[in-house]
Ligand binder design. Structure first.
Ligand code: MG
Length: 380
């Protein structure tokens, strides 16, 4: 019989929906769902969530159907986060809500798009995708009669805001406080952040190999990959690459997840927190062991050098940068080109309205919009 961790009781220091710090606008409860399940449901029904399907991480959406999109990435993060939360007796629904919302603020074209938009917004408060995710759930989604945004609980919003500058923190109200007071977020928020990292490092290895931009020989210099690959080969000496790669990656993910759970449980045991208020006062307790943190860092460095800065990725990034810059300049110089609702908004804050409009675009919409604005032969 499978006796693995079903139905674990919630730890006393876990986030508890019945003791949530609440929503920005009071609402009656929605039984039988708890407050965090309701957050998750609202995120799944949002427009920004659907757009994740056509936004990319590293590869542009039209490059191939096999690569991750921000949607499948978010689902992988949610899957890992729930598993880790369950092992540590933390609240799974909260980690799922945070995971599904964490990338809602991403621009089209991954980091190239974000960097380009940030540069365009240099004199207008900048652009940061993590802050934008919060902005999406607090303001930009407009589907409820009584409020803008999704009116999520404090705990979910706290988890979405992973980092922010002191200047921004001062303007963010309740969720900005921890950056000013240097306190920690819930363990659920902490672990979802790690789940994000585990997910993208591993799926980028997978997508990178599939695209042919990196190869197994190169990866054999990365300890985390090499050691797990050796285990697979010992067990299955004649395995073809198609199976060798996923067998290696699942072991890498397992190594990272197990280490994270073990080390975090040790950290928690050492500090003996009694409730979530104490968690917020303690240093972050979720983390890898020193050994695995070092191996994980090597993997990240490998990916940065060999995949994210591969010349073919650079070419796509350069194109993405150009598209975002040109869209921004075009709208900034002539707000009459914006759709009506953004024109109204532009009357109060032109640069931010343009940035919100561009950030909301999917890769393919941005490409099409660019063509509509710049290609003479293109229709409206
Ligand atoms: Mg992510």
């Amino acid at each position: 019989m499978d006796k693995t961790n079903d139905m674990n009781p919630l730890a006393p220091y876990a986030a508890n929906p019945s003791q949530s710090l609440g929503r920005q606008f009071d609402e009656p409860a929605s039984a039988p769902r708890n407050a965090f399940q309701r957050d998750r449901d609202r995120i799944i029904h949002s427009t920004a969530f659907r757009r994740l399907e056509y936004k990319t991480q590293v590869f542009v959406n039209h490059e191939g159907d096999l690569f991750r999109t921000r949607l499948t990435h978010s689902l992988e993060v949610a899957q890992l986060a729930r598993g880790i939360a369950r092992t540590l007796n933390l609240h799974e629904d909260l980690t799922e809500a945070i995971a599904l919302a964490h990338d809602l603020g991403h621009t089209p074209f991954g980091h190239a798009g974000q960097d380009a938009l940030n540069a365009c917004m240099k004199n207008h408060g900048g652009f940061e995708h993590n802050l934008q995710s919060l902005r999406v759930v607090e303001k930009l989604e407009q589907r409820y009669a009584e409020f803008d945004g999704l009116n999520l609980t404090f705990e979910t919003r706290e988890g979405i805001l992973k980092h922010c500058s002191i200047t921004n923190a001062k303007q963010l109200g309740d969720v900005g406080q921890r950056f000013l007071k240097k306190t920690s977020p819930s363990l659920e928020a902490q672990l979802t952040n790690f789940a994000d990292e585990i997910a993208y490092n591993n799926h980028d290895v997978d997508d990178g190999l599939r695209s042919g931009l990196i190869n197994i020989e190169q990866l054999s210099t990365v300890e985390l990959f090499a050691s797990n690959q050796t285990l697979v080969i010992q067990q299955y000496p004649n395995l073809e690459q198609k199976r060798l790669v996923p067998e290696t990656i699942r072991r890498m993910i397992n190594t990272l997840v197990l280490d994270l759970c073990t080390q975090s449980a040790k950290n928690i045991a050492k500090h003996q927190p009694q409730n979530i208020a104490e968690i917020r006062q303690l240093p972050p307790l979720v983390g890898f062991s020193k050994e695995i943190a070092a191996q994980n860092l090597k993997l990240k460095q490998f990916l940065r050098k060999n995949l994210y800065h591969h010349y073919q990725v650079n070419r796509m990034s350069a194109k993405a940068t150009r598209i975002v810059q040109e869209l921004f300049n075009c709208f900034d110089q002539n707000v009459g080109l914006l759709p009506d609702e953004f024109q109204t908004y532009a009357k109060t804050d032109k640069a931010r309205a343009v940035a919100d409009y561009i950030a909301g675009m999917t890769d393919r919409f941005a490409i099409r919009e660019h063509r509509r604005l710049f290609a003479v032969e293109e229709g409206l």
